[in-house]
Ligand binder design. Structure first.
Ligand code: NAD
Length: 484
């Protein structure tokens, strides 16, 4: 009897132990799934969370502001990039260059010469301290603050400008972390000011023409797009003020310069205008060429040189809510020809920019006005150069029809920089929504931190936050605004 009791007690205690361990596992699983910071690299999605929209704040989708007859501008950051912008503004009607700022007085002075050459009055000058830009921003005779300084203070400058009642445009990337991104969004929503990222590549000739073709349905349903920033910066590293770009690459893993690739891909995919990014995964190679450069060109000791975070080649794959994909690459170190990839792949056709621009289309997508032998077309190969040129002429975007000649004359990456600035001023002068809103800025810049999180967690999928906080489907399709 005692023996039977002992066996029963043993069985019961084993059963209890098993039930207890099952319950514990269930509890751990439930906790893992409910945690907003589920940094579990085992395959489940990592979430960074979406902060609640502060009370009384509303979104800035389709934001318009009162028309500005003469757009008065203050520029911050006059290194390699800034003075070109000042020069372009001397060619844009309805603008006044009010103030210029850089850390260094000689850079401001050099830029004043651009105004002088254009027959314009000198601008008010600010320099000499890390905070001098704040005085420029506080002026009451400026409508737009235009930022072309290094990445470190972009977010701080944008936020301060909006808080001081100004619209703001900022070079790429305008924000480096999710915290900065949410702070910019919150300020834009609170102040109802425009916050535009100065992404020029969306205005390049092949990209904008292809966007127009896509919007006219020439590629059928667009399912996949690619973009990249592949540019060997070896010849340029030493020219950045204070070595900021090298230092940033040294410190941070992930695609820290994704916007040139993301911009055109996002527009053709109607991101937050009918579709949204849902998750991404990223991978990178080890860094080799830049550490070697640091050893050879700067005499750095190898241990230190190889403490370099940014991978030589970084790839990010994004899935959208509507079952589409985007692939973005970053490589500023390999000896490769410059490329932003730019590919658009649809159910009826394909576009590819690098190394040679080309289109491939199903025969049914072309008619006799483009090529008499359209029935012999096959998407197995690119259309001929003549057909491509005819297509590009037929589908030239209205913006290019109106601005191409002037843009090529003024220049700036072949004209796209001028078109970007011109469009910004045109929309402000006409009280129209800008071509790129603060949520574009957020989505394109978010790759820096999200891809890093994925890589640091064994390429785990990471959720892309809905920066519109539920309104990604409010606008139907990406379109440029026109006064008429
Ligand atoms: N869209 C494009 O095609 C393109 C091309 C080149 C650069 N960029 C972007 O433009 C920005 C500037 O790059 P760059 O190549 O001109 O770098 P840069 O180092 O040549 O210039 C940055 C300038 O900002 C100034 N600066 C830094 N901190 C400042 C502060 N607190 N107040 C005032 N001035 C300050 C520096 O003195 C320097 O003159 C970066 O965001 C870069 O990514 C974009």
């Amino acid at each position: 009897m005692t023996y039977i009791c002992t066996i029963l007690i043993n069985h019961l205690s084993l059963l209890m132990k098993q039930i207890f361990s099952y319950l514990l596992m269930l509890l751990v699983f439930a906790l893992a799934c409910s945690s907003p910071n589920n940094n579990d690299p085992s395959g489940r999605v990592i979430r960074t969370g979406v902060p609640e929209r502060p009370a009384g704040q509303k979104d800035v989708l389709g934001l318009t502001a009162p028309k500005i007859d003469t757009v008065r501008v203050g520029f911050i950051g006059l290194g390699m990039r800034g003075p070109g912008a000042v020069k372009r503004f001397t060619h844009i009607p309805g603008t006044r260059i009010v103030a210029l700022c850089d850390l260094y007085a000689e850079k401001v002075e050099k830029t004043q010469a651009i105004l002088e050459k254009a027959g314009l009055p000198r601008a008010e000058a600010y320099s000499g301290s890390e905070e001098a830009w704040k005085e420029l921003v506080r002026r009451d005779d400026i409508d737009l603050v235009y930022i072309a300084s290094d990445w470190e203070k972009h977010a701080e400058m944008m936020i301060y400008a909006m808080e001081q009642g100004k619209h703001v445009a900022c070079e790429v990337p305008s924000a480096m972390t999710l915290e900065e991104i949410w702070a910019i969004i919150n300020t834009a929503e609170k102040t109802q000011k425009h916050a535009m990222q100065l992404e020029n590549c969306v205005y390049d000739f092949f990209e904008l023409t292809t966007l127009n073709m896509a919007q006219q349905g020439l590629f059928g349903e667009v399912l996949h797009a690619e973009g990249a920033y592949i540019h060997n910066l070896k010849e340029i590293w030493e020219r950045y003020e204070g070595d900021w770009r090298m230092q940033y690459n040294r410190k941070y893993r992930g695609d820290i310069y994704a916007t040139h690739g993301m911009g055109p891909a996002a527009q053709v995919m109607d991101l937050h205008r009918g579709d949204k990014m849902s998750t991404l995964v990223a991978m990178d190679t080890k860094p080799v060429n830049i550490p070697e450069y640091l050893i050879e060109e700067r005499g750095m000791n190898p241990d230190s040189a190889y403490q370099f975070a940014n991978g030589q080649h970084t790839m990010t794959m994004i899935r959208t809510g509507k079952g589409k994909t985007i692939q973005i690459q970053h490589d500023v170190a390999s000896p490769r020809p410059y490329s932003r990839m730019y590919q658009v792949s649809g159910t009826k056709g394909f576009a590819n920019k690098y190394p040679n621009p080309g289109y491939a289309l199903e025969a049914e997508m072309l008619d006799g006005s483009i090529t008499p032998d359209h029935e012999n077309l096959t998407s197995h190969s690119y259309v001929s150069a003549e057909v491509r040129d005819a297509l590009m002429a037929k589908y030239k975007h209205r913006i290019h029809r109106e601005l191409e000649e002037k843009a090529k004359e003024v220049g700036g990456h072949g004209g796209m920089d001028f078109i970007m600035d011109y469009r910004l001023v045109y929309c402000l002068r006409n009280g129209l929504p800008l071509d790129m809103d603060v949520y574009d800025l957020a989505e394109w810049c978010s790759l820096a931190e999200l891809s890093r999180i994925s890589i640091e967690n064994g390429s785990a999928p990471v959720e892309v936050p809905d920066f519109t906080r539920g309104n990604w489907n409010k606008i139907e399709g990406f379109r440029h605004a026109f006064a008429d």
